[in-house]
Write a protein that binds this ligand. Sequence first.
Ligand code: OKP
Ligand code: ZN
Length: 335
Amino acid sequence: MRVILNPRHAAHSPPHEVDNGTLTPPCDVPGRLAAIRAALGRRSGFTFEDAPPIAEGAVTALHDPAYVAYLREASAGLRPGQAVYPSVFPYGPAPRVRGGKALRGAYCFDTFTPITAGTFAAALGGAAAAVRAADLIAAGERAVYVLTRPPGHHAERDRCGGYSYLNNAALAADRLSRLGKVAVLDLDVHHGNGTQHLFYDRADVLTASIHGDPARLFPYFSGFDDETGTGPGLGFNRNFPLPPVTDRDYDPVLAAAVELVGRFRPAFLVVAFGADAHADDPIGGFALPTEYFGEMGAAVRRLGLPTAVVQEGGYNLDVLGGCVAAFLESLAADG
Ligand code: OKP
Ligand code: ZN
């Protein structure tokens, strides 16, 4: 399987996150990508290539050009080691954005997602990898893996959050949607609110996400099962919120989500893949064993669709690579 790497991921390495008024160590560290790269390198069947660069115009079809310019300019204004966080978020009937502090809150929905000097370069490198994977799938590859960080599935049209700045999976899906219907299956333990948001009114891209119940897990405000789309997109978004479960209770839900994808009859599939539903993940709370990620890969393989897999979360460096390898090896298996 071809693995498309984000060559700029390490440029983004935030010093910390802010949680409940406290500086906490970052979860999305460069070592995540290194761990996955090493695990895949120990197995046969994976080839690695850097994504060729893309122009900013490749992401402004989906993301607000002013938001993308904000990310670029905010990054450019910082020295190494500096980080910019929002402190005040939009409020009132007619929030107005006139200065830097308002921009920070207008374009970001949490305090976990700082902008640093290298953030824009890293985010654009991830988008480039996703675009490259989409183009390879469009050209006839059966399965391609995008190895990138920071994640992307929480990024909305004009807002970063949840460690995500540009929505890599959505960019791949949108690119493929020019050629046929696309399904996005989000297996990260957190709801893919950004992807849902970007396609909420579209019938040509089905979005389905299995995740921890947002009543208790990030991103809290969305991912409930009554969010099903709007306008022409009504019925083309489906959420499967779950309590913290083991593989036994996850499995029937995975089967239902996969069946939903199959019934949609897409030409292409994009998997937003996270390993953070693993039992040993520090923030997910679920209880899946490493081997079960192989079952997930097998379920996706049985759909028989050309598939781009985009890396999202997964924060235990000791198990992350094994989960990714199990998923991809089953996905690529014969028969
Ligand atoms: C991004 B992805 C712990 C709280 C952090 C944010 C989670 C973002 C997950 N300090 N909560 O979906 O893996
Ligand atoms: Zn996650």
